[in-house]
Design a protein around this ligand. Structure first.
Ligand SMILES: Cc1cc2nc3c(=O)[nH]c(=O)nc-3n(C[C@H](O)[C@H](O)[C@H](O)COP(=O)(O)OP(=O)(O)OC[C@H]3O[C@@H](n4cnc5c(N)ncnc54)[C@H](O)[C@@H]3O)c2cc1C
Ligand code: HEM
Length: 399
């Protein structure tokens, strides 16, 4: 599922994003800006490892104080920021989704200590690195396309950061760590003041065992006045942060937590039921939404399909079933891809199983999980006839 694209420079201007011309002698549309960026990036992508090294060398030369914002061991993360920035630059033709995301990202970057002048240094370093690796294929138009994309992105980020008056981050104390399986743990963290998130949003987290390695996690509970957040963390193979959290986090640890991000919270349509689709730890934001619904008096008819490869991936199924016993408006359906003796679940991928039931036209649909799972589920639902404007998912997360 790809997001709607701009068809013309006029539409981009109408959205207030494009402020200046691209190319000398005239304005280029958003499409040609993105085409120039994509072409020039495709040429250097096979060398992105070396390009990343060069980019950081230039950044730290131009703005030496930025070195201490990054992890001590750059081997661990080297490609991460570069990948993120290039991903964003490739999306400048999707302003409706990009603008709110960048505003949140700018507010979030205050926790690193990023200042307005660092954006200029990063833009220059990245453009210089891409220019150098492009060699003679680099043109003046290409340069201007990158410059314009960066002006747009860094302008949105730094303006949002300057306008924000809330804390750049919150300190939280781990009050409980419970392993649900060999690879999944539930961690409860309490912050001094509650973080102003909405059910369905995510937060970035830095833990004491992995300083300066921030990762996103979604609270699995609705906001509470006592500031308690529950996270579901799955250890991924070779994962620096997730494995440390699952295996080594202890009550008493202090976590640093960034401001809320994500565009999942949406206005429900009166009279429409809900279809919730959760893959893996995509269950966490869905659980937060369920908890919020359970606090209301008018909870809509809700079907939750929760899926995994095998039964053991449905790590929280017992508590979901209990929730459905307590709330008659909720029906929970387990879905697994591999048949297992004695397990009573629907068989197939989440996309297979949901579309077997039809188009769900009377529902608002929420899909949470890995980007691949979201893409597969949303595209199959569209083919099955679910109206696009009924389907809600976070349009802009990093793979
Ligand atoms: C918006 C958002 C919300 C998220 N919410 C949650 C959540 O609630 N709970 C949760 O457990 N995780 C969540 N994640 C994933 C989490 O942020 C980390 O990416 C994940 O924990 C891996 O980090 P790591 O440092 O352990 O792995 P890294 O050291 O960054 O990566 C190690 C290896 O694992 C691969 N890898 C990275 N992420 C994954 C993945 N998800 N699955 C399989 N392989 C991977 C990498 O490509 C690399 O090869 C969320 C991610 C996003 C973008
Ligand atoms: C063009 C504007 C920028 C964009 C789009 C951007 C985007 C991002 C994203 C999405 C991440 C999270 C990566 C992930 O965990 O997957 C990140 C991390 C980070 N960013 Fe930025 N960023 C920008 C500018 C900057 C600037 C100017 C600085 C400071 C010099 C900076 C410093 C960092 C640091 C320190 C991290 C965490 C460490 C790391 O992941 O390497 N960013 N950025």
């Amino acid at each position: 599922m790809t997001a709607p694209r701009l068809n013309s420079a006029d539409q981009a201007r109408a959205n207030g994003l494009y402020t200046g011309p691209v190319g000398h002698g005239g304005a280029a549309g958003a499409e040609s800006v993105v085409a120039l960026i994509r072409e020039s990036w495709a040429r250097v992508e096979p060398e992105s490892h070396d390009l990343a090294k060069h980019f950081y060398a230039l950044l730290f030369e131009q703005a030496p104080e930025t070195r201490e914002l990054f992890p001590i061991n750059m081997q661990v993360q080297r490609g991460r920021l570069l990948r993120a920035v290039v991903h964003v630059v490739h999306m400048v033709d999707q302003p409706d989704q990009l603008a709110p995301f960048l505003a949140q990202l700018g507010r979030d970057h205050r926790k690193f200590g990023v200042l307005a002048r660092h954006y200029a240094a990063l833009s220059q370093a990245l453009i210089s690195a891409v220019r150098q690796f492009n060699g003679p294929a680099w043109s003046r138009e290409t340069e201007q396309a990158w410059v314009q994309a960066f002006e747009l992105i860094t302008g949105l980020m730094s303006r949002a950061a300057e306008a924000e008056t809330g804390p750049a981050s919150w300190l939280g104390r781990v009050i409980a760590h419970r392993r649900l399986s060999w690879d999944v743990a539930v961690v409860r963290v309490q912050t001094g003041a509650p973080i102003p998130y909405q059910a369905g949003q995510y937060l970035s987290v830095e833990t004491p065992r992995r300083p300066r390695l921030w990762r996103y996690f979604s609270p699995a509970n609705a906001p509470r006045e006592d500031g308690i957040l529950e996270f579901h963390v799955r250890a991924v193979p070779d994962g620096w942060v997730s494995r440390a959290i699952v295996a080594h986090t202890q009550a008493g640890d202090t976590w640093r937590i960034g401001p809320p991000m994500g565009q999942l919270p949406f206005h429900r349509t009166p009279g429409r039921g809900l279809l919730l689709v959760a893959g893996g730890t995509g269950l966490a934001p869905i659980k937060a939404m369920l908890e919020q619904l359970a606090q209301q008096s008018d909870s809509p008819r809700t079907e939750l399909f929760v899926g995994g490869h095998g039964w053991s991936d449905l790590y929280d199924f017992a508590s979901l079933r209990e929730l459905s016993y307590r709330n008659s408006w909720l029906n929970v359906i387990p879905v697994v891809e591999c048949e297992e003796p004695g397990a009573s679940a629907e068989l197939g991928t989440l996309a297979d199983v949901i579309t077997r039931y039809g188009a769900w036209v009377d529902r608002d649909v929420v899909v949470c999980g890995s980007p691949a799972m979201i893409r597969a589920t949303v595209s199959r639902m569209l083919v099955a006839g679910t109206p696009l404007d009924h389907i809600h998912y976070d349009p802009f997360v990093m793979d």
